[in-house]
Design a protein around this ligand. Sequence first.
Ligand SMILES: O=P(O)(O)OC[C@H]1O[C@H](O[C@H]2O[C@H](CO)[C@@H](O)[C@H](O)[C@H]2O)[C@H](O)[C@@H](O)[C@@H]1O
Length: 278
Amino acid sequence: MSEVAGDSLERFEDSHGEIREAVEEAAGLVVCTDFDGTLAPIEEDPDAPEIDPENRELLERLRDAGDTRVAVVSGRALTDVRERVGVEGIAYAGNHGLELEREGSVVVHPIAKRHADRIERICEALSEALAGIDGTGIEDKGVTATIHYRQTPDEAVPVVREAVDDAVERFGGSGIEKTDGKEIVELRPEVRWHKGMAVSMLVDDHPDDWLPIYIGDDTTDESAFRAVDDGLAIYVGTGETDAHYRVPTQSGVTPCLSALAEWHAGTERRPRADGIER
Ligand SMILES: O=P(O)(O)OC[C@H]1O[C@H](O[C@H]2O[C@H](CO)[C@@H](O)[C@H](O)[C@H]2O)[C@H](O)[C@@H](O)[C@@H]1O
């Protein structure tokens, strides 16, 4: 991973020349983006985030540009992220890729589905165990769950984490694993599947000369950055990352999407190898 401060990771805004060239040389774009902290700012209340309206318009513009695939790839449940983004005719991945909607049809990872009842039991146990701890939230997302402690008093955070460990031990068996995110602990089935694999599936739907792009801000986005290693991986933030470029803050995502849309729109379409008009 590259350490951002003072290392070789270039800012998106300082690299317009090379990024524009990559976009203009590509026959098409597969633009995948994370939701929380990327399309929408991080909020104290996990239920509060709304997509920045300009980002919604830019996703629509990219969708309509021709020779593009747009996808939102989120840790939220599929139905939740689809509603928050509100753009029709694009792909969505929910629950870190365990749920994938392409061309209107939804596939849920079959092993993850089988573990959903364990996730439910853990959430129920945690609702009781954490009822007295102000500011702690449990988000049951079906095949995964998120325990939020952003608004929990600092001294109570270890208590929350311990309660999560206990509940997983009692009801999760060996099938449930824990991961950390931004002021959250997430519980998910122990299956070899992550955002990067969902992104690879989306990219593989398209010819090799299309440019894969991923924009994200959190640890779970790192697998997706690696999945687009031959394209553009854009990290939102100032931490360590495997991405190629960074925008330091969420507000930098709009100019980034806007530049990609503008450069792609200005690209002269090459004739397709199969002779079909683009
Ligand atoms: O993959 P993402 O779309 O980035 O989703 C990751 C998690 O995002 C949400 O939690 C985060 O955002 C909340 C609202 O800004 C914030 O309160 C929380 O502290 C963050 O961790 C969401 O609630 C989770 O389900 C997602 O897994």
